[in-house]
Each structure stands twice: as structure tokens, then as C-alpha cells.
Design a protein around this ligand. Structure first.
Ligand code: ADP
Ligand code: 5GP
Length: 205
């Protein structure tokens, strides 16, 4: 069985990663979504084990020490990390896996798993980014400013990604990411020698 595709999506806070990934998950039930762990406080409506695994700093630290994260990073003053075992289990069972993580984490994944597909999501303009963070209304003014000023550093990482998708409308952004997945699954390098051999067995001369 071929391994699934590891799809990594990053982009500045407020770009619409959560919105776009939510729509992708509705449309592609086969896509396994990795729930991250974090030390940040839950927002209204967020549920443990659904949006994030909400951990104390001590618990997060001990999971780092036990090597339980595929990657982890400090983002906007809190820790975030991807549980390793879920991702590895899903990929080896042939499921595609979606990670929505920051640029530091994405580069750790790239170093350890170069076969991953790295997509950067951008808002149409920086003004629109500011508007979206404000509209979401989940951060106090200071935190909002902190996230906006971090956006420039995040955007400087675009060249390390394979694809750039502009989140102008959610529908178009989702359609582009679906097309990327289809193309990636068709890559020759995605098929093992055993699988290619199995496909050719029994063919007429
Ligand atoms: P992120 O996960 O990147 O921080 P969110 O998904 O929380 O961003 O989106 C930030 C805000 O922008 C939300 O209020 C969301 O409804 C809105 N949003 C997301 N995508 C779009 C879009 N294509 N057009 C307009 N608003 C959007
Ligand atoms: P938020 O607090 O808005 O949910 O997320 C803040 C930032 O943390 C976003 O850029 C998001 O992509 C990133 N993030 C979420 N989960 C992870 C993770 O598991 N690892 C890393 N490195 N970043 C993450």
C-alpha cells in the first residue's frame, strides 16, 4: 500500500487556515487531520481533543522529552506540537494527513520528512489580514498586534514551501489545495517499486 501524502499548511495568523482546513476536512473525509497539542488557553467554543489537546507547560515539556512530537515550536509565547504517533500511523495506513502548523514547525517536518507537501496560504493583502484577525475577535488588541507583526517574518519563509495559495475566497483556496493533493498523489515518486511491480503483474505482453 502506498504511503499517504503529508500535507502541511502554514500562513500568518488570520489568513484563514482554520477556515480553509475545516472546509477541506468536510469535503475530504479520507484526509486525516492531526490535532495539535498546545499550552495556550482554549478560546470560547474550543474543545479538548477536537481543536487542540490543551496541556500544561509541564505536560508539554515531558512529552518533548519522551520524543512524542514530530515537531514542536514556540509560537506567540505558547508551545504547539504535532503528536508523532497519529501522523505515522495514518500515513503508513495509506491515509493523507493534514497538518496546520507554523513555519518553524513546517521546516522541522521538512528536514525529517522531505516527501511532505508544503503549502503556504496567504491573504489577498496585509490590510485584509488585519481585518480578518479583528473580525475573528478572539484576541485582545496587544495579541492581535503581536500576530500582525509576526506575519512579515512568516511571509519571509514562502520560498521554503512548494505551493503558494491565496485565500481570496474560501471556495477557490479549497479547490486549489484539492488539486495539489490530486497532483501529488499521481507523482511517480509516490509509488514504491513493489507497488509498481504489482500493478504490472498479469498484464498482457
Ligand atoms: P487562521 O486559522 O489562519 O488564523 P481563521 O480561519 O481563524 O484564520 O480566519 C480568520 C478570520 O478570517 C475568520 O473570522 C474567518 O471567518 C475569516 N476568513 C477566513 N477565510 C476567509 C476568506 N476567504 N474571506 C473572508 N474571510 C475569511
Ligand atoms: P492559534 O493560536 O491561532 O490556534 O495558532 C497559532 C499558530 O500556531 C498558527 O500559526 C498555527 O498554524 C500554529 N500551530 C498550530 N498547531 C501547531 C503545531 O502543532 N505545531 C506548530 N509548529 N505550530 C502550530
Amino acid at each position: 500500500m502506498p504511503q499517504g501524502v503529508l500535507l502541511v499548511i502554514s500562513g500568518p495568523s488570520g489568513t484563514g487556515k482554520g477556515t480553509v482546513c475545516g472546509r477541506l476536512r468536510e469535503r475530504l473525509p479520507h484526509l486525516a487531520y492531526s490535532v495539535s497539542a498546545t499550552t495556550r488557553a482554549p478560546r470560547a467554543g474550543e474543545r479538548d481533543g477536537v481543536n487542540y489537546f490543551f496541556l500544561t507547560k509541564e505536560e508539554f515539556q515531558s512529552r518533548i522529552e519522551r520524543g512524542e512530537f514530530l515537531e514542536w515550536a514556540e509560537v506567540y509565547g505558547n508551545y504547539y506540537g504535532t503528536p508523532r504517533s497519529y501522523v505515522e500511523r495514518m500515513l503508513s495506513s495509506g491515509r493523507d494527513v493534514l497538518l496546520e502548523i507554523d513555519t518553524q514547525g513546517a521546516m522541522q517536518v521538512k528536514a525529517n520528512y522531505p516527501a511532505g507537501v508544503f503549502v503556504f496560504l496567504l491573504p489577498p493583502t496585509l490590510e485584509e489580514l488585519g481585518r480578518r484577525i479583528t473580525c475573528r475577535g478572539t484576541e485582545i488588541e496587544e495579541e492581535r498586534r503581536r500576530r500582525l507583526s509576526a506575519a512579515r517574518n512568516e511571509i519571509a519563509q514562502i520560498r521554503n514551501y512548494d505551493y503558494l495559495v491565496i485565500n481570496d475566497t474560501v471556495q477557490e483556496a479549497v479547490a486549489k489545495i484539492e488539486a495539489i493533493l490530486v497532483a501529488e498523489r499521481a507523482r511517480v515518486k509516490h509509488f514504491s517499486d513493489e507497488e509498481l511491480k504489482a500493478r504490472l503483474e498479469g498484464q498482457p505482453e
